[in-house]
Design a protein around this ligand. Structure first.
Ligand SMILES: [Zn+2]
Length: 350
C-alpha cells in the first residue's frame, strides 16, 4: 500500500502529498436567490473583558514545520467542556452569550481579532437576534487584522438545538467543533503567515427552530448564521478572495467516523482524505450515503466557495440527551484537527 508521509519541510509536503491537490477555484453553484428577511447587520470589533488580542511577535521563532503535531486533543476537549458546562445554548438565549464570551476570550488569548457579526432574522419563533463570530489574524501584529489576506475559511456552529422536553448540551453537536476551532486558532498563531490566510468563523443559528427547510425556501429555518455570513461576503465583494472552505460539525464522537457528503468538491475531499492517509487515520474518514444540509451548503451555493463538511453523522446520540461529554473524546478532536492542519499547510502553500 502506498502511504504518504507528512514530511518535515513544507516544500517536501507539497511534493510528497501528490494526492493533496490545490482547491478548486470556483464552484458551479446554483445562482442564489436573495431573500431579504434579515435586517441590517451591526458589525463591531469587540473587546470582551476589555482585552485586546494578545500581541504576537512576527517571525520571532520559526513556525513549526509539522504544525499538525501541535494540535492538542486535550486542549480542544477542555474548550469543548467549557462550552458544555454553560448548559443548553440555543440561539437568542443568555447562555449562548456566555458561550460567545468564552470563544472571544480564547481567541484574544491566542492573538486573534474577533468580530461580532450581529443580525436579526425571522424564525418560526419570531424575529431573533443572531451573532456570528469572525476571527482574523494579523501577520504584522497590527490591529484590527486586515480583511484581505484570508484565502480559506474554517468554520463551525456554536449554538445548540432547542428542546423543551430534554436537556440537550450538544457535546458533539456544537461544542466539539467549537472547542477544536479554538485549539486550531491557538496552533495557527504559531505560524502568523499561515494564520493570516485563514478566516475562522463561529456560526450562530445553524440549528432549525422547528425543522430544516431548503435554504432557498421563502421562510428558511436553520443555517441562519452561515446564510447571513455568505450573503455578506457576496455583498461586500469578499467571497472571491476565498479558495475553499472547511466546515467542522459533530467531530467529537469517541468512535470517529467522518462522513463526507457525497457531493463534496472532488479536489477538496481527496486532499482531506490524502492528509488522513498521510497521518495514518484514513480509516476514520469516509463518505455518507446521502447529501447533508449543513452550513457548508450556504458557503458553497450562496457564496460560491467550494466547501467540504467534516462531520460524523454516524453518531447515535445526535439530537438526544445523550450527546454529552462522556461520548466524545480528545483523540477524535485531535485527528480532525491534525488532518485539517496537514491539508491547510499544503493547500495554502500554493
Ligand atoms: Zn444539530
Amino acid at each position: 500500500m502506498v502511504r504518504f508521509r507528512c514530511l518535515t519541510l513544507a516544500v517536501a509536503v507539497v511534493a510528497a502529498l501528490s494526492a493533496c491537490k490545490p482547491a478548486p477555484k470556483a464552484a458551479e453553484g446554483t445562482a442564489p436567490v436573495e431573500q431579504e428577511s434579515e435586517r441590517p447587520a451591526a458589525i463591531s470589533v469587540i473587546k470582551s473583558n476589555g482585552g485586546a488580542p494578545a500581541s504576537h511577535s512576527v517571525a520571532a521563532v520559526p513556525p513549526p514545520a509539522e504544525i499538525w503535531k501541535e494540535f492538542s486533543g486535550d486542549k480542544a476537549f477542555a474548550e469543548a467542556r467549557a462550552q458544555v458546562e454553560v448548559g443548553p445554548r440555543p440561539a437568542g438565549t443568555p447562555e449562548l452569550e456566555k458561550a460567545r464570551v468564552l470563544i472571544e476570550e480564547a481567541l484574544h488569548k491566542s492573538g486573534w481579532d474577533a468580530e461580532r457579526q450581529t443580525f436579526t432574522a425571522d424564525t418560526p419563533h419570531g424575529p431573533t437576534q443572531f451573532v456570528n463570530i469572525i476571527a482574523r489574524f494579523s501577520a504584522t501584529g497590527a490591529h484590527p487584522a486586515p480583511r484581505n489576506t484570508q484565502r480559506a475559511i474554517v468554520c463551525s456552529h456554536y449554538d445548540t438545538k432547542r428542546f423543551s422536553t430534554i436537556k440537550f448540551v450538544g457535546a458533539s453537536d456544537g461544542a466539539s467543533s467549537t472547542g477544536a476551532l479554538l485549539e486550531l486558532a491557538r496552533v495557527l498563531a504559531l505560524d502568523p503567515a499561515m494564520a493570516a490566510q485563514l478566516e475562522l468563523v463561529f456560526f450562530d443559528g445553524e440549528e432549525a427552530f422547528v425543522q430544516f427547510t431548503d435554504p432557498d425556501d421563502p421562510k428558511p429555518d436553520g443555517l441562519y448564521g452561515s446564510r447571513y455570513y455568505a450573503r455578506t461576503l457576496m455583498s461586500e465583494g469578499r467571497a472571491s478572495q476565498f479558495k475553499f472552505g472547511i466546515l467542522w460539525d459533530m467531530i467529537g464522537d469517541r468512535d470517529l467516523t467522518i462522513t463526507l457528503p457525497p457531493d463534496s468538491p472532488k479536489d477538496l475531499a481527496s486532499g482531506i482524505l490524502s492528509s488522513a492517509e498521510a497521518l495514518g487515520v484514513r480509516q476514520n474518514f469516509g463518505y455518507f450515503s446521502r447529501t447533508i444540509l449543513d452550513d457548508h451548503v450556504e458557503l458553497q451555493h450562496r457564496a460560491r466557495i467550494p466547501s467540504v463538511d467534516l462531520i460524523d453523522f454516524d453518531y447515535i446520540y445526535w439530537h438526544t440527551a445523550g450527546d454529552t461529554l462522556e461520548h466524545i473524546a480528545p483523540e477524535s478532536l485531535q485527528k480532525v484537527g491534525a488532518v485539517t492542519l496537514c491539508y491547510l499547510r499544503q493547500a495554502l502553500a500554493k
